[in-house]
Design a protein around this ligand. Structure first.
Ligand code: SF4
Length: 450
């Protein structure tokens, strides 16, 4: 049973209504050649359509041409991308609703679902696809009603984007449309022909690849070639939404070292300009917005939680830091200051060739590498650091009784390796003297060991 119960402040003049779920139909079994995908647009900005057309892995073209081995060809019925229009476009939707389509299908819903009773009060409508006959002519046919008719026979109903998954911006407090998510609209008892509740791919706009990858996984399952994809407690593909955006963020290193930017677009961590990434499940930074590129934090914008059911009300005002970040950012600022200095010390040491250290010269013997010589403090720290680093393991260097791995080529005769320099006379031993290069030690003499 589906309960249509919009927020009380919006729906005060209306009684909640309870609607019966249409009887479930059985999904076809066995390998299939084609699958229809019906794209229904509710109260949306079409951003989900745009991000999906930008998906690359797999791409929409891969799905439509059936070029992925083992997957059936997808026939897409999309109100913006379709070549057909009018009756010709709507007809397959009607066939599916009546159970007369000769192939399995999935419903994809973009945008939130408005309470059409509110619009009907004044003779209008919020979102519709096609029309239907009434006594005085015809009326636009609400998209939500079309979804309800088609949902029972669909192999899966996929809500794409935050408006469809959780209500999104149209369902924010103060909205006048009674907007809600697809899963709230279909109700807790809803199951598709495959026995699935609504599948949710949130994001505003969502990562296009998240959608196409999930569709591909479902099609593999339909073909009997893969397991049923795993979904989390919110109906999201578990493998895509189990981590917080913070864990995959390219700026997480700055957070850890307590370095924060105070302006949008700064290169450091954005938590102090309102980033909610540490508590938001999303993969946009690790996956990239399109073609593994872009994504909110990569582009310098803080995470405002658009993939979460609490968006937008629980994340506003967007221009203020989250209160919880005060504790964590100040903690990382405190210990990060010390860690940063220690890392700078190591970074300085690691930026010098081993040979430069062995030469112990005031300047590096090359055009680049103007890296300051380690001072007494650096040397002392690294003496103990290396003790720890190589404790219980073998220090890199030449083996005892062995100088070159094979007989040295002529051009290498007389050259020494840095550690040999250190143990056999320092800088003087490393450079070719006026009398020519020094003779190599006899093999097996053991003088080359480090
Ligand atoms: Fe985490 Fe946001 Fe900072 Fe990235 S920018 S490290 S997601 S707090």
């Amino acid at each position: 049973m589906a309960t249509l119960a919009p927020p009380a402040d919006v729906m005060a003049p209306f009684e909640p209504i309870v609607e019966s779920q249409p009887a479930r139909r059985k999904a076809p079994e066995g390998p299939i050649k084609v699958v229809h995908a019906f794209w229904l647009a509710g109260m949306s900005c079409d951003g989900c359509s745009i991000s999906t057309t930008g998906a690359t892995n797999p791409s929409v073209e891969d799905l439509l041409t059936g070029s992925i081995s083992g997957l059936p060809k997808v026939i897409l019925h999309h109100p913006v991308l379709a070549v057909e229009n009018g009756e010709e476009f709507i007809h397959p939707f009607q066939l599916a609703a009546e159970g007369k389509l000769d192939a399995p299908y999935v419903c994809v819903y973009e945008g939130s679902i408005a309470d059409e009773r509110i619009a009907a009060e004044t003779g209008g409508y919020f979102s519709a696809m096609g029309d239907h006959a009434i006594e005085s002519g015809s009326r636009p046919f609400p998209t939500a009603t079309r979804l309800q008719q088609m949902s029972a026979g669909a192999a899966a109903v996929i809500a794409i984007g935050t408006c469809a998954t959780w209500g999104g911006i149209p369902a924010a407090m103060g909205n006048v449309t009674g907007a809600m998510s697809v899963m709230d609209f279909l109700g807790s008892d809803y199951r598709s022909a495959l026995g699935l509740p609504v599948i949710n791919i949130p994001g505003c706009a969502p990562v296009g690849d998240n959608f196409t990858e999930t569709v591909a996984a479902i099609l593999l399952f339909l073909q009997g070639m893969g397991p049923l994809p795993e979904f989390d407690e919110l109906g999201r593909p578990a493998w895509l939404f189990s981590e917080t955006v913070h864990r995959g963020c390219t700026r997480a290193g700055y957070y850890e070292e307590g370095v924060f930017t105070s302006e949008f677009g700064g290169k450091e961590c954005l938590v102090e300009v309102g980033c909610w990434g540490p508590v938001v499940n999303c993969n946009i930074v690790s996956r990239g917005a399109q073609n593994h590129m872009g994504g909110c934090m990569r582009a310098g914008g803080p995470c405002i939680g658009c993939t979460m059911p609490g968006f937008p009300d629980k994340f506003s005002p967007f221009y203020k830091p989250a209160p919880g970040s005060f504790v964590s950012s100040n903690a990382s600022r405190t210990y990060g200051a010390g860690i940063r200095r220690l890392r700078a010390l190591s970074n300085h040491a690691l930026s010098r060739e081993v040979r430069w250290d062995a030469l112990n010269a005031a300047e590096t013997p090359s055009g680049w590498g103007d890296i300051e010589k380690p001072n007494a403090f650096d040397k002392t720290v690294h003496f103990f650091y290396e003790k720890l680093q190589f404790r219980g393991s073998r220090r890199p260097g030449r083996e005892e009784n062995r100088y070159w791995p094979t007989d040295p080529p002529d051009r290498m005769i007389g050259m020494t390796v840095p550690r040999d320099i250190a143990t056999t006379g320092g800088a003087a031993g490393a450079q070719h003297g006026e009398d020519g290069p020094p003779a190599p030690p006899e093999r097996g003499s053991g003088s080359g060991g480090a």
